[in-house]
Design a protein around this ligand. Sequence first.
Ligand SMILES: Cc1ncc(COP(=O)(O)O)c(C=O)c1O
Length: 446
Amino acid sequence: MNHERSGELYDRALSVMPGGVNSSVRAAIEPFPPFAERGDAGHLIDADGNRYIDWVMGLGPLLLGHDTPESVQAEIQRHASQGPMYGMPTEIEVEHAEFVARHVPSVEMIRFVNSGTEATVSATRLARGYTDRKKIVVMQGAYHGANDSTLVEGDIEERSPSSAGIPAAFAEHAIPVPFNDGEAARKAFESHGDDIAAVLVEPILANKGIVHPVDGYHEMLRDLCDDNGSLLIWDEVITGFRVGGLQCAQGKFGIEPDVTTFGKIIGGGFPVGAIGGKEEIISQFTPSGDVFQAGTFSGHPVTMAAGLETLRFAAENDVYEHVNELAEQLRTGLTEILAEEAPTYTVAGTDSLFKVIFTREGPDNLSGQCEGGCQQRTECPRFDDCPKTGADVAAAETDRWRRRFWPAMKERGVFLSQNQFESQFVSYGHTEEDVEETLAAYREAL
Ligand SMILES: Cc1ncc(COP(=O)(O)O)c(C=O)c1O
């Protein structure tokens, strides 16, 4: 594959943008990332004309793939040509809010913002304002965007900001616990219960290899929050309108968070975030409440049109059946391939998410294992070895994944997530042929 033009563009980018990119993960590919030129259904064409089967899908927003159906495209164009924005409320925001409130079990009211980061920043401020408490329990290794309140590393006893430029006081008020570890969450509440404003958790760790919750974990967090007067915030920036379809992961798992953060799919490929939940809590945002929240671009008409029409299209067509079926084919195909080529590795994912985690240990006998991706079944022979926490995923063979496997897949025309930790996404634009080609590439590259 020739990458001459991408190389030249990266050279220029390095002179004018830090690390040559506008979001860090894009530079994870070495020696430099291919520059995207255009999309085509489930494929991506780079600046040198190379074509890939694209499982990154913009890091999640592109549920329908790179081609927007006519109805979605028409609404985007209509709203872009009418304004494109006003600094005044518009009908399309109301319609989108009504759609989300109709489909997502815990959402009565919603505030749209411009990114998942803005959503988690606003949600943590809201939880602190609503409860008049300071501390937020977060999961070790989880990602909630560039949010000073959640960029923390360490544990209950000792913790510090995970980035330069964040005052230590933020980490004092963020308590990291391992995902899936009920004991650690209980301990956090024993030590700080009356100052815990919220537990902030993804339903599935989707930025750290894809880690499914163990049985009863979310129920336990729900109970802990209820018993201690803390809010349960679910970060559904990735899982929202992907896992569980239109009812989101909360509908699938049967848990009602107090507050939910959204992003990605609800903007149909345009910059978006949102904070939804019970009216009593969400109405604490200004101007109806005292928790300040505002934004010039919030509820942008083009974004609202793209997001709402994408979701309407999904509601009226076989979108979720298609993406979930193809992802299931990928996961079961990968399970078969791993049994022969790399039996310690774990297939992870659910709905339209998939990933192979290069776990170092596995059982000798694989009979009866989860075939459609790790579901943390205690009867699965992999149960003791499959990742339960972010640290378990970080302990996998990440160098092999990055240095050997990723480039080998790219050479075969399959574009996987930029590092071992991010999810991979199936879209409505993908086909069975894409799945077959991808499985053949995995078989060769592993
Ligand atoms: C779970 C989760 N929360 C929040 C964010 C931040 O969203 P954004 O990149 O739109 O700021 C991300 C981004 O990937 C995410 O995966």
